[in-house]
Design a protein around this ligand. Structure first.
Ligand SMILES: Cc1cc2nc3c(=O)[nH]c(=O)nc-3n(C[C@H](O)[C@H](O)[C@H](O)COP(=O)(O)OP(=O)(O)OC[C@H]3O[C@@H](n4cnc5c(N)ncnc54)[C@H](O)[C@@H]3O)c2cc1C
Length: 304
């Protein structure tokens, strides 16, 4: 193995969390490599909202700018997926999918999550443009529009009520299921949320913009945006490979300063438990970067 493949820190994932950690560690003059498979969670979206000073920028431009800013700190970025990671006796061993091997003293997982879309015909071209899951990311852009909320069981109730923050015109679609209780219906009605229980045939729109929801009974309802709260999964199984503890919601449990239950392994961004926003991911990356650097400083300090 070449010395080239030995690092102070390997960061897996080059989204906001991984890149911000790399910035702190690069500025701390650590030898750092970031591996990235190029699938940030918000790649479907045209705008990234709610990040002070970068509000509304294209997510791809944001990542590109971050990568450029890292150049002067000699952070290496390798555009490849990591297949395996193991830990033994203070050393992390990482293999990329082309079976190259890399070693490091500390490892940061910033591999993010992936979303499961509702199974609705026509949803894919609309996703990220007029079909969303996060009101804090995309609610404002849909202010006062005719907003549909999708939830097959009772899961849509909370989101439908929450969307009243952004529009008076909110309809909850249960897509052919009748799981709402009488008290749910009353609560929704009292708060001005309409309910449609009909089974959905398809979503229709143009250039990414939802125009109507067509029901299986032939009825067509004008809607301008759809919000759903879907399932998320880890984008990579590296956390499981390494023996991380997970919460019931499938995110990795972290302790103070983004530490995991494995020595020298940190987790930041959506993969770890906390709010799932780009600015939070970046902040967690920064926090992990500082903590990792401090741990390395402690280990390397001359004591006698
Ligand atoms: C449609 C949509 C729109 C959104 N809009 C907003 C918004 O407007 N504002 C906002 O604040 N938040 C928004 N979010 C949430 C935001 O995308 C996440 O909070 C943010 O991307 C988390 O950053 P991260 O760095 O943790 O993960 P990610 O950005 O998902 O980055 C993880 C990176 O790790 C890489 N990776 C994963 N596994 C491996 C592996 N094995 N080897 C190498 N690389 C790997 C991936 O390719 C990816 O590049 C949106 C989410 C979605 C789905």
């Amino acid at each position: 193995m070449h010395d080239n493949n030995k690092y102070d820190v390997i960061i897996i994932g080059g989204g906001a969390a991984g890149l911000n950690a790399a910035m702190i560690l690069g500025r701390s003059r650590r030898k750092v490599v970031v591996f990235d498979s190029g699938k940030p969670r918000n790649r479907w979206a045209t705008n990234m909202n709610g990040f002070l000073s970068s509000d509304g920028v294209n997510p791809r431009d944001f990542i590109q700018k971050g990568r450029e800013e890292l150049r002067k700190y000699n952070v290496e970025i390798i555009d490849i997926e990591v297949a395996t990671a193991t830990y033994s006796k203070g050393i992390y061993v990482v293999n990329d999918v082309e079976d190259r091997v890399y070693h490091s003293r500390k490892l940061l997982l910033a591999t993010g999550l992936k979303d499961t879309l509702p199974e609705l015909e026509g949803i894919e071209p609309l996703y990220g443009k007029s079909v969303h899951h996060c009101p804090y990311c995309d609610g404002w852009e849909n202010s006062d529009k005719a907003i549909a909320v999708y939830g097959k069981d009772r899961s849509g109730i909370g989101q439908a009520l929450a969307m009243k923050n952004w529009s008076d015109d909110v309809t909850l679609y249960t897509d052919g299921t009748e799981k709402l209780r009488r008290e749910d219906m009353e609560l929704l009605k009292l708060n001005g949320v309409k309910v449609c229980t009909g089974a959905i045939a398809r979503l229709e729109g143009e250039e990414g913009m939802l125009q109507r929801i067509v029901l299986k009974n032939g009825e067509s309802r004008e809607q301008q945006a759809l919000f759903f709260s879907g399932e998320t999964k880890q984008q990579s199984d590296l956390g499981q490979q390494l023996g991380c503890e997970f919460t019931g919601k499938g995110v990795i449990k972290t302790r103070r300063l983004q530490r995991s239950n494995i020595p020298g392994l940190y987790v930041a961004g959506d993969a770890a438990r906390d709010m799932q926003l780009v600015i939070v991911a970046a902040a967690e990356g920064a926090r992990a970067g500082v903590a990792i650097n401090m741990e390395l400083q402690q280990e390397d300090r001359v004591r006698e």
